[in-house]
Design a protein around this ligand. Structure first.
Ligand code: FDM
Ligand code: MG
Length: 216
């Protein structure tokens, strides 16, 4: 029978240092893709869930938590949303992610905790849906810091961001085929256009039947 089947949605992830423009660019891509079909923008950490409340308190320095405990909270914060995410994708909705498991791995690994290697940091996210493409907004920590300055949250300092950048580099090298590294230190409109083109190629791949994979 010729049943019209609407394919799954694409999963597109934005990653990058603080102030690299992830939120701006993901919102712009959301508006653009709305012309093509169903699309949503999800942000991690999701600060609305029970784990999200704890994470926010930690980020605002209102709460001090063990580094591994907080790492697992971030991961749990993604697992809480996993079933809903898969259902949405299967129903044909494209999901854009403003940070995801790569932030989890990069930020904890950047702490250089004895015994918490990059592989250890990635382990708790194994099994989550893997992005079809990760758009890495590449920017030097100094350039990012000079953009209207950091807020008061934990991690928002150049020294730490340099460590995070190194870890992102290592993650990009693990999956060169699904990472697109773009220059985030350029005109915002030019960058948006570049990202729109990129996203359309991803939507095409998914339309051609590219299967949803899982993080390993
Ligand atoms: N962050 C974010 C982590 O340390 N681990 C994670 O798993 C995620 C998703 O949380 F400093 C850090 C990165 C950042 C902080 O994120 C809050 P936003 O995007 O700046 O709100
Ligand atoms: Mg921030």
């Amino acid at each position: 029978t010729l049943t019209q089947h609407r394919g799954r949605g694409a999963l597109i992830c934005f990653e990058g240092l603080d102030r690299s423009g992830k939120s701006t660019q993901s919102k712009r891509l959301l508006e653009y893709l709305k012309q093509q079909g169903d699309v949503e923008l999800w942000r991690f950490p999701d600060r609305e869930t029970p784990t999200g409340t704890l994470i926010t308190a930690y980020l605002e320095n209102a709460e001090s938590l063990d580094d591994r405990a907080v790492h697992l909270l971030y991961s749990a914060n993604r697992w809480e949303k996993m079933q809903g995410m898969v259902k949405k994708l299967e129903s044909g909705t494209t999901i854009l992610l403003d940070r995801y498991a790569y932030s989890g791995a990069a930020y904890t690994a950047a702490k250089n905790i004895q015994g918490a290697s990059l592989a250890w940091c990635q382990a708790s996210d194994a099994g989550l849906p893997a992005p079809d493409r990760t758009i890495y907004l590449h920017m030097s920590p100094t350039a990012a810091a000079s953009r209207s300055g950091y807020g008061k949250e934990r991690y928002e300092n150049i020294r730490f961001q340099e460590q995070v950048a190194q870890q992102y580099n290592a993650l990009a090298q693990q999956e060169p085929a699904s990472w697109s590294i773009v220059d985030a230190d350029q005109d915002v409109d030019v960058l948006s256009t570049e990202i729109q083109h990129l996203a359309m190629t991803v939507l095409d791949d998914v339309k051609q039947g590219r299967a949803l994979r899982h993080l390993r």
